[in-house]
Design a protein around this ligand. Structure first.
Ligand code: F6R
Length: 613
């Protein structure tokens, strides 16, 4: 979602801002803009991508050693030049960028109109910048004090960065429920961004702003932090682990393809130091302290959205299967509004790649307020969810830039596999011999993913046959049902083809009506306890002339005879099949999207980090 960048120091701000906005493109957006501070502010903004902004600016004025930039994902008001950020106050004195939503903007707007303010855009942001101006003027206070007072009057979520002609070079930033990171350069020059990706090439020293904190940033001076209640805060400076190379495409055509191919490495990194074959144990650091809580929990509730929710479903199967602890998986957005029964005997686990998803965060906060133990499985180190939870484990997949989640999913499932094994072993609900067999099986997964990636050429050929289809059906049973859901989601989000994932046996209760010779049906039919049942479901599809693409275990002959196309993947224990079976489905969606000339890494309307509810 919206991306924020800012710079103040002795360098030329414009190239830093543009590069920063390009780094944040993966978050998803529909307009972009920058404001630069000279004697007074220069503002450029337009609908479209960062490259459109650069073309729009052309040879226009871009000088200044302080500035702010923004990529906007529309909430209030359509994507157009006027609604794009930055927004200026009525007098032109103050300029502001904002990520989030000001919920009481309408009442504040009416009050400001009453005081003579006029508005040009449909945004809640223009309301905020004028409220700051009104307070600054009427109370004759500094920019940071006016911001502090204004933020006490608004309800909602925000990360903001503000500049004023009256205090050239100063940036003021604030945050509540939307992320903001401040990088501190060697000469006390400052880099601000929604996440660390635009900052890492300049400095590794960062401060993650906490909710309710305001930063007054003056180049050459120490960073000053205080709360909206006016309490001073000592900045906690952390060192970034992120490497610049992780943010480049490294020769791949798209980040998504790079990330699909990174999975042997990312799964290995998720396992590293946690799976000890010699000692025959699993140690999942951040979860181990909560082992007894998890084992004695009334119930474990997993909250997540989208792909992370699919990983959560696999987690439910794993934990119930191996550790015999009841698990429920909830869409975070439903959980938070449905008055769930949660007590201090519950454990709630949030799964989130970004660690910033607004609904997942709110679901966790609700569970925390009811006394539950809250844990996280996140990818982004230092993200809000990882800082809000009592404990948890990082997935260590490395930065995921493609909007469609791939390696984050397999890393989440890897961590959930480790968790289920750890709990099952501790509880004694898995026999030792089975536990050890599964440990060895899990350890072999990266190599099996490598082999699954070798299906790429075949998958590309199959993609060419189906690139013009209008609908797809994905079927799976047991552990492969979430894989079917995930395969369908990948296809629809990047190729804009309608696709549905269904439990294979459930098909005859409705979707079977859709099947005809025009309908490609992707079936995950790997070897496992429900193989024969899936074979029956395949026959039901064939009987109705559906076109079958089957993911099968290497050496399969039975399904091969029935399916139109088969993609063979290495055999695994059934419980790890999602880790391997999802790989050809990721490739299928990728190739179809490329053939349809879709914007694979930044699909329309989607955002990587969904920071509004
Ligand atoms: C789909 C996808 C989304 C995310 C969802 C949750 O490919 O990426 O469905 O999984 O928006 O995001 P996180 O995991 O960051 O909470």
């Amino acid at each position: 979602m919206c991306g924020i960048v800012g710079y103040t120091g002795s360098k030329d701000a414009y190239p830093i801002l543009i590069k920063g906005l390009q780094r944040l493109e993966y978050r998803g957006y529909d307009s972009a803009g920058v404001a630069l501070m000279n004697d007074k502010t220069t503002l450029h903004k337009c609908k479209g991508k960062v490259v459109d902004l650069q073309n729009h600016i052309g040879s226009g004025l871009t000088t200044g050693t302080a500035g702010i930039g923004h990529t906007r994902w529309a909430t209030h008001g359509e994507p157009n030049d006027v609604n794009a950020h930055p927004h200026t106050s009525m007098s032109g004195d103050i300029v502001l960028i904002h990520n989030g939503i000001i919920e009481n903007y309408d009442s504040v707007r009416k009050e400001l109109i009453h005081r003579g303010y006029t508005f040009h855009s449909e945004t809640d942001t223009e309301v905020l910048v004028n409220l700051i101006e009104e307070i600054k003027k009427s109370e004759a206070c500094s920019l940071s004090e006016a911001i502090r007072k204004a933020l006490n009057e608004v309800i909602g979520a925000y990360a903001i960065v503000v500049m004023s002609n009256s205090e050239p070079g100063t940036l003021v930033a604030a945050k509540k429920s939307s992320p903001l990171v401040i990088g501190i350069g060697p000469d006390k020059d400052y880099y601000l961004a929604s996440d660390a990706t635009p900052i890492v090439e300049y400095t590794k020293n960062v401060v993650y702003l906490e909710d309710g904190e305001i930063a007054e940033i003056i180049p050459g001076k120490d960073l000053k932090l205080f709360t909206i209640q006016k309490q001073n805060v000592t900045p906690y400076i952390q060192e970034l682990e992120l490497q610049l190379e992780q943010l480049e495409k490294s020769g791949y055509d798209h980040f998504m393809l790079k990330e699909i191919y990174e999975q042997p490495r990312s799964v290995r990194d998720s396992l590293r130091g946690r799976l000890n074959l010699a000692a025959g144990l699993v140690h999942l650091g951040g979860m181990a302290d909560y082992e007894q809580k998890l084992l004695n929990a009334n119930r474990i509730t997993i909250v997540a959205c989208g792909t992370s929710w699919h990983a959560g479903l696999v987690g439910e199967y794993l934990i119930e299967d191996l550790a015999r602890i009841p698990v429920e998986v909830e869409y975070a957005s439903e959980f938070r509004y449905r008055n769930p029964i949660i007590t201090e005997k519950d454990v709630v686990i949030a799964i989130s790649q970004s660690g910033e998803t607004a609904d997942t965060l709110a679901a966790l906060e609700l569970a925390k307020s009811k006394g539950a133990t809250i844990l996280g499985i996140c990818n982004v180190v230092g993200s809000t969810i990882s800082r809000t939870t009592h404990g948890g484990s990082y997935t260590h997949a490395g930065p995921e830039i493609g909007v469609a989640s791939t390696k984050a999913f397999t890393s989440q499932v890897t961590v959930l596999s480790l968790l289920a094994l750890m709990l099952g072993n501790k509880k004694g609900s898995i026999e030792r011999s089975k536990f050890l067999r599964l440990l060895y099986g899990l350890n072999e997964i990266p190599e099996k993913i490598e082999r699954a990636l070798q299906t790429n050429d075949l998958v590309e050929l199959i993609s060419a046959k189906f690139k013009d289809a209008s609908n797809f059906l994905y079927l799976g049973r047991g552990y492969c049902f979430p894989v079917a859901l995930e395969g369908a989601l990948k296809l629809k989000e990047i190729s804009y083809i309608h696709a549905e994932g269904y439990p294979a046996a459930e098909m005859k209760h409705g979707p079977i009506a859709l099947i005809d010779e025009e309908m490609p049906v992707v079936v995950i039919a790997t070897k496992g306890p429900s193989y024969e049942k899936v074979v029956s479901n395949i026959q039901e599809v064939k009987a109705r002339k559906g076109v079958l693409i089957a993911i099968v275990t290497e050496g399969d002959t039975q399904v091969k005879e029935m399916a139109d196309y088969t993609i063979e993947i290495p055999e695994t224990d059934e419980i790890f099949s999602p880790l391997v079976a999802s790989v050809p489905l990721q490739l299928l969606s990728y190739h179809i999207a490329v053939m349809r000339e879709c914007n694979v890494d930044q699909p329309r309307n989607l955002a990587k980090s969904v920071t509004v509810e």
